[in-house]
Design a binder for this molecule. Structure first.
Ligand code: PAF
Length: 283
């Protein structure tokens, strides 16, 4: 498997692939690869000739220095996991200076207000950082299809908007949330949970499932109140937000669903470890 660190080498490899008409799938990651990433790569390999997997912890999308500092860094085992897949994969592992051409800064984007909701409200500048790195990576990798997990549902909507705004020639493919055995949405941050808490974290998905059962019977406000009370009573997890929103505009739903597809979104802390999840409520 080829591992590329430099943009110039990547450009050469990509133009050779393009000249042979090979289709390119892309799975951007920040490393600490887990089954969720591997399933995205398998889905990409099933429909593309080659899959580029970037492993890059993007500093501009972190609003919190501790979170960036503690983000798991496991490059050697990540590369081993990619090799074990036995698929046609290219690893792209640039340094920050290389990827950002020594100018590590975010561009400023407007995504029709999607960027101000939920994650955007609580993580200042986060989506500017995500938009900046994804735009750069799309320009470098030139993928035909890019694969994103629905765990980061808001990110997915924002990337679709980025592609639309800049008319980027890439198809964004949404892939269902991959969960651990107890229902916890897979995330690199789960590695930071001690085993007892990782088990207890099933509570997050269980709460979302109960909220789904209540949807259509109780109002969005009543369900939100119920979730807030559940977390107030919980010994380990602190709720940052729970929102019921239109799955496309991410605008909060109050009472009138009016044929909209609706999702519930949640962000929870255990100590300084932040976990997010979401669920479709009426589809
Ligand atoms: O979801 C992630 O891991 C990151 O936000 C991404 C898409 C790789 C951009 O850095």
């Amino acid at each position: 498997m080829q591992i590329i660190k430099e943009k110039a080498t990547l450009t050469e490899v990509i133009s050779k692939l393009k000249s042979k008409d090979s289709s390119i799938g892309f799975v951007p990651t920040m490393g600490a690869l887990h089954e969720g990433h591997l399933s995205l790569i398998r889905q990409a390999a099933a429909v593309c000739d080659v899959v580029v997997v970037s492993i890059f912890i993007n500093p501009t999308q972190f609003d919190n220095a501790i979170d960036l500092d503690k983000y798991p860094r496991t490059l050697d085992s990540d590369i081993q996991k990619l090799e074990e897949l036995n698929l046609n994969v290219i690893g792209f592992t640039p340094s920050a200076a290389e990827l950002y051409s020594n100018n590590i800064q975010s561009e400023h984007f407007q995504f029709d207000g999607l960027e101000h909701k939920m994650e955007g409200k609580y993580r200042n500048g986060h989506f500017d950082g995500v938009g900046t790195v994804i735009k750069k990576l799309f320009e470098m990798v030139q993928p035909d299809k890019a694969f994103f997990g629905e765990k980061d549902y808001q990110q997915l909507q924002i990337i679709k908007k980025l592609v639309q705004c800049y008319q980027l020639p890439v198809e964004v493919i949404a892939c269902p949330i991959n969960r651990e055995h107890n229902g916890l949405a897979r995330s690199s941050r789960n590695e930071r949970l001690i085993p007892k808490i990782r088990l207890e974290a099933s509570f997050i998905h269980e709460t979302l499932l109960k909220a789904k059962d209540k949807f259509g019977i109780e109002s969005a406000n009543q369900i939100t109140q119920w979730v807030e009370n559940e977390f107030k009573a919980h010994p380990y997890f602190k709720l940052e937000y729970f929102e019921i929103a239109d799955s496309e505009t991410l605008k909060p739903i109050t009472n009138d669903v009016n044929g909209k597809l609706v999702r519930a979104f949640i962000a929870v802390y255990f100590e300084d470890i932040r976990l997010i999840d979401n669920i479709a409520l009426n589809y």
